[in-house]
Structure formats: structure tokens, C-alpha cells
Design a protein around this ligand. Sequence first.
Ligand code: SAH
Ligand code: SF4
Length: 356
Amino acid sequence: MYSENFIKNYTLANLEKKIIELGYEKYRALQILNGIYVDRVQKFEQISTLPNTLKNILDDTFLINSIKLLKKRQSLDGSIKYLFQLNDGKSIEAVYMPWYDEHNGEIERITLCISTMAGCPVGCAFCATATLGLIRNLDTSEIIDQILFVENDLSIKISNIVFMGMGEPLLNYKNVINSIELLTLPENKLLSRKKITLSTVGITNKIKQLANSRSPVKLAISLHATTNGFREKIIPLAKSVKINDLMDSIEYYYRKTHLPITYEYIPFENFNDTFEDAKRLAKILKRVPSRVNLIPFNDISFTGVSGLSQTLKSSSKEKILEFGNQIKEFGGVVTIRDTFGTDIEAACGQLALKEG
Ligand code: SAH
Ligand code: SF4
């Protein structure tokens, strides 16, 4: 099956073009999107606004769903890891995370963490997905279908999307930007730009391109070190992307979009959690409005790889708190991340298609 067969690979503009090629009026494209994204039809014949001849053509030309469920695992904390199969047999994962109101215990928002690639080519030493290498980029429909599938499966509405699953979103730029465009198209009634966060290891030219696009979203930057030397030890790509250049692209992003930046930082014991690191990190945080999210290291020893990932050890809880306080004293804004789904290997960096 070719990617042009999947209807969710078409942005509004591309679908309008295609519909005109098929001999119909341009406005039919919006009726089709309405059927797919608002009414969630499973067959084109269910879109009552379309003429029968067009329904038949669409049924012969396009497929609606591009992923299917392989497995689901629920964590004690309520999060659920979905394992999906793509059309060519490859698999990917997405993680559903409900956030509860402290007072009344009701769900106050629902975040879905989605994948943009099967595997990832970047090779960070601490990340389980890295052990897979790049299997392939996901197309737009495979990115969007993770959301529609989970909404349908649980009969819920997802309020926030984070591009923090498998893969580096900015190395699959076109498909990711098309998915953001479809997700934020007002007529599709899905999400606003401010409810979407894209996490990147820092692809500077693409950060600038996203800033200039029609749909910039919130940016999270996987920093994880405050000097180039230490960053290179754990993120191979840091050899070509120096922290200063990364900061320049982030400043550019902020000036264009006025969206505050989040830095992601895993404190590793005696590696990047020193007083000097706290000082340098606070300086980085002051460049444009931003905060750092300290992420406890999630164990990836289940992947069985050896090397640096075996010697990296999470800083203790107390040390993370102390490190956070030091950053605050130097004037930085700090949050410490709650980790979801560690019991089912669904936490950050644990997505590596382990069965079980
Ligand atoms: N490729 C993108 C997005 C996917 S990774 C990126 O790197 O930003 C999502 C987040 O999980 C990143 O901040 C990443 O650094 C973090 N992460 C990876 N492995 C982890 C681990 N073992 N423990 C905690 N966080 C991890
Ligand atoms: Fe890829 Fe992100 Fe994992 Fe690095 S942390 S290997 S960029 S998914």
C-alpha cells in the first residue's frame, strides 16, 4: 500500500488539489475532512454530504486507517502503553497519560505521547529507542492515527499531545508539520497549537523552519548537559550541534513565536549534576523565558545493551532536589517530572518494543 492511499496523509490544500483532479469541486475536501476527523466515519459512504459517485471513487482510492492495535498494557498509575502495527508490519508505541485533579480525583487533562518514527537514528546513550536504530519515518496518517485510535478506543478526548515517543520529530519534518497542520485545522476540531509540545534533541535548521511555519508549537529541548564535551558523550549529534548554536536557534524560535521553551534534563550521578552545571544551566535558562524539567533517569537495562548506558546512573532523589534548588538560587525556573508507566516500560526513553 502506498502512502498516497491513506486519506490522512493529505493536508487540506493537498486534498483540494486531489479532489479537483478527480473532477469534483474544491469544497468537497473540507466535507471529507469533516467526515474523517469530526464524525470519525470508517467508510466514505457514511459521509452523507457527498454525492454517491464521489463516495465510490473515494472508497476505491483511499484507505482510512493506517495502524492497528497489537497490544495494550495498563500501568498501576493509570497510564496505558499502546503497541501498534503499521501497514508494512513495523511497530510503534504511544502512551496515554491521565492527569488527575488533586482535590476531586477527576481527570483534568489527558496527554498522549506519540511516536514520529519507528526507532530513531540519533543514538543517545541513555535512550531505549536508540537501540533500534532508524527503522523508518512515520507518515502523516500514522502519526495522526495514534491519536484517533486512542480516542476511539477509550471514548475520550485527548487534551494535549507530546511528540516525545519514539523518534526525532524534526528529522521527519514534513510529515510531522503536516500532522500538526491537520491536528490544528480549526474545522477538524482536534487541538490548538498551544496544546502540542514537540520534543527535539536540537536540529537547529529545522527549529528555525518550524518558527517560520504556519503552525509553530511549544518546544521542548533535550539538553541533558551544560558543556559541549559532556553533551557529546551522551548525544552523538552534539558533535555537530554546539550548545551555542542550539541556543541561537532557540532564541530565534522564541522571538518569532513568543512561546516559552522547556529544557529536558536527566541528572546523572557525578556526570551532569554538579554545582557548576546548575550555574551554567541557570544561565542558559535566562536567555529567553524558559524552564527546565528535571527528568529522573528511567532504567533501560531491559534492552540488554552494554556501553555507556550501563555506567550512567540516575542521581538520587535528594540530589535531584538539591540540584533543582541550586538552579533556582541562580534564578532558573525548575520543575521535576512525575514519571508515568515505569512498571510497564512506558516511561520516557523506555519505548523499545519489548514484549510482555
Ligand atoms: N527525540 C526527541 C523526542 C523523543 S525522546 C528528543 O530526544 O527530545 C523524549 C524525551 O525522553 C527526551 O527528552 C529524551 O531525552 C527523554 N529520554 C530518553 N531516554 C530517557 C530515559 N532513559 N530516561 C528518562 N528520559 C529519557
Ligand atoms: Fe532519538 Fe530522542 Fe531517543 Fe535521542 S532521546 S535516541 S533523539 S528518541
